[in-house]
Design a protein around this ligand. Structure first.
Ligand SMILES: *Cc1c(COP(=O)(O)O)cnc(C)c1O
Length: 411
């Protein structure tokens, strides 16, 4: 019989979203009338239609594919130049950030990228993650063998957990020990927190001093409204020598179902071999990407490019305005209900403290049974998330207004 990768057996069996689905099903089966009122603010998925500029561009691309003269087969594994150039120009160079088009690798999603990146790193690295955290960073490290077993709180041996709480504004303090790799995600899922320039400067200084690589997930950068906040880790001097950035079109362009994202790996970023020689990271990812990936679809990349057209930009802005308008309503409704609220100002997530003595899952049940609203229990994102819950602003305005009314009626 074939041996299996036993690291998979260490995984906590996909606890959070299946458990939410189970409790929702129990509720809807038992309360068919109330089930009709159910509003889901749980999963972080966009709800509004794909921007028109994207649809036009994709229609056109489909027609190109329908003519043998303009038909496209395999594209470049790293992505088409038209998209890599649009990204370099608009997301980086226009903001005064040095990123070359050939440092950008187009993919079909940041979830895959943040997991796959571990292919190019050796075993035995000391890995830091925040708590609470986007569970993908943890589970992919478990799968590849970078951890021991989980304890009763779900914390894995071998990982360094950086606690995030109101006293540090949900941005972890700089670790006192050295780590090889640290995952940072700002604006943050699930807390909606943002990292200031000063905080990121401190992280870059730490990384340069300790030869740490920062894996910076900025999937939500488009939701930043405060002009003082950095959108990219590469706005921080020195980051080109210590950071990789992950970006996605999922949340800004509504691409969760279309699938397109990218990784930025500066050519100056280095790791080392066991014998101590330095090695550039960029060629390793390039080799990995061209061996295990055959490029994102031409049609999808044409759609993504359209997000950078003047129409695409204004339609994206409108989408973000819509979701952030929702977030503002949710923040206000929670405040009015006397709850302590975080996030929601530069991120589409509102992170709410449960009333004293109420656990995350008790709050989940209360919201489900009394308000018929599905939220996400904070404890599902890590033990430091206990006592909090996340409300997603990805919804229609009518649903959000109704959720706000029901939060008001809860008290
Ligand atoms: C939604 C999300 C992404 C984007 O994932 P895709 O695979 O590109 O859809 C990345 N990181 C975080 C933290 C997210 O919440």
């Amino acid at each position: 019989m074939a041996l299996i990768n036993e690291n998979f057996l260490k995984l906590k069996a996909g606890y959070l979203f299946p458990e939410i689905a189970r409790r929702v099903k129990v509720f809807t089966d038992g309360n068919p009338e109330a089930a009709k009122r159910l509003i889901r603010c749980g999963i972080g998925d966009v709800t509004e239609a794909l921007p028109e500029a994207v649809r036009y561009a994709m229609h056109e691309a489909v027609d190109e594919m329908g003519d043998r003269k303009s038909f496209k087969g395999y594209g470049p594994e790293q992505g088409y130049d038209f998209l890599r150039n649009a990204i370099a120009d608009n997301d980086f160079n226009a903001r005064g950030i040095e990123v070359d088009a050939d440092e950008i690798f187009i993919s079909d999603g940041s979830k895959c990228d943040t997991g796959n990146i571990l292919d190019i790193f050796g075993r035995g690295n000391k890995i830091a993650i925040t708590d609470p955290v986007y569970p993908v960073y943890v589970d992919t490290n478990v799968m590849i063998g970078n951890t021991g077993d989980a304890d009763e709180n779900g914390a894995y041996a071998g990982l360094t957990y950086l606690k995030c709480n109101p006293s540090n504004g949900f941005v972890p303090e700089i670790p006192t020990e050295r780590v090889d790799i640290a995952y940072l995600c700002y604006p943050n899922n699930p807390t909606g927190a943002v990292a200031t320039r000063t905080q990121l400067e401190a992280w870059v200084a730490y990384a340069l001093k300790n030869d740490t690589i920062l894996l910076y997930d900025s999937a939500y950068e488009a939701f930043i409204r405060d002009p003082e906040l950095p959108h990219s880790i590469f706005e921080i001097p020195g980051a080109r020598d210590c950071a990789i950035e992950f970006r996605s079109f999922s949340k800004n362009g509504g691409f969760t179902g279309v699938r397109c994202a990218f990784v930025v790996i500066p050519k100056s970023l280095k790791g080392k071999t066991a014998s101590g020689e330095t090695q550039a990271i960029h060629p390793l990812w390039s080799r990995r990407h061209s061996t295990k990936f055959n490029g994102a679809s031409y049609i999808v990349q044409k759609g993504a490019e359209a997000l950078y057209s003047p129409e695409g930009k204004s339609q994206t802005r409108a989408l973000i305005e819509h979701y952030m308008g929702n977030a503002a309503l949710l923040v206000q409704a929670c405040k009015d209900a006397g709850l302590a609220v975080y996030g929601g100002e530069n991120a589409p997530y509102v992170w709410v403290q449960c009333p004293a003595g109420v656990t995350s899952w008790q709050m989940f049940d209360k919201m489900l049974n009394e308000a018929n609203v599905v939220i996400t229990p904070g404890s599902g994102f890590g033990s430091a998330g206990e006592g909090y819950f996340r409300i997603s602003a990805f919804n229609s305005r009518a649903n959000v207004e109704e959720v706000c009314r029901r939060i008001g009626a809860l008290a």
